[in-house]
Design a protein around this ligand. Structure first.
Ligand SMILES: O=C(CO)[C@H](O)[C@H](O)COP(=O)(O)O
Length: 220
């Protein structure tokens, strides 16, 4: 079963608790928390204080996507805030192996992310150490952007390596996911679909999640 991770970047921040409860009741599997620092990406969003304040409002795992420089400085605080998964960018992590080990030392699952312009080969050597690989299909920073299809070949390649090396990490995809693009990703091997505007910008979140789940089952 495909997992759905609504990205709260597109939620109403004035009522985050009820927004999160709404998507949990609607059948979400993870709550995707987009953390941006205004340096690595041109936007500023959520810090550990907000992550900690939303944690009591959901039973779902907090899937924390760090789009920040100096992630090592903040990983303990996000773990303390209740993150279940923390993902860091290959492009922002000069000592990626050390950073992945730091996440695991906090008792949190560790993931690695690559941007649309980063060759998938850049994460090959870290695959045995991660619990999740996140392939970006937009340039990180904002919700509501168009899907960049070059991510599909990366999902396929990561899925091939997972099989070849007998590994068990999840493959997640993020950016421009909707009923038109979800199936391209799941057919390529994605297990977790992050969707922001396709879920939070609708009135009926249950219908939105059901529609994405149905779209990946369609026979072409
Ligand atoms: O990481 C992100 C942006 O950096 C968001 O998770 C992503 O863009 C989701 O939004 P949408 O589904 O609207 O594209």
């Amino acid at each position: 079963m495909i997992k759905i991770a609504p990205s709260i970047l597109s939620a109403d921040f004035s009522k985050l608790g009820t927004e999160i409860q709404d998507v949990e009741q609607a059948g979400a599997d993870y709550i995707h928390v987009d953390v941006m620092d205004g340096h690595f990406v041109p936007n500023i969003t959520i810090g550990p204080l907000i992550a900690a304040s939303i944690k009591p409002h959901t039973q779902l795992p907090l899937d924390v996507h760090l789009m920040i420089e100096n992630a090592d400085h903040y990983i303990p605080a996000f773990a303390e805030a209740g993150a279940s998964i923390i993902t860091v960018h290959q492009e922002a992590s000069p000592h990626l192996h050390r950073t992945i080990q730091l996440i695991k030392q906090q008792g949190v699952k560790a993931g690695v992310v690559i941007n649309p312009a980063t060759p998938v080969e850049m994460i090959r050597d870290i695959l045995p150490d991660v619990d999740l690989v996140l392939i970006m299909t937009v340039n990180p920073g904002f919700g509501g952007q168009s899907f960049i299809p070059s991510g599909i070949k990366k999902i396929e390649q990561v899925a091939r390596w997972r099989k070849e090396y007998d590994l068990a990490f999840e493959i997640e995809v993020d950016g421009g996911i909707n009923t038109d693009t979800a199936k391209l990703c799941t057919d390529a091997g994605a297990d977790v679909l992050v969707a922001g505007s396709a879920i939070f910008k609708t009135q009926n979140r249950q219908q939105a999640i059901t529609d994405i789940r149905q779209s990946v089952k369609k026979v072409d």
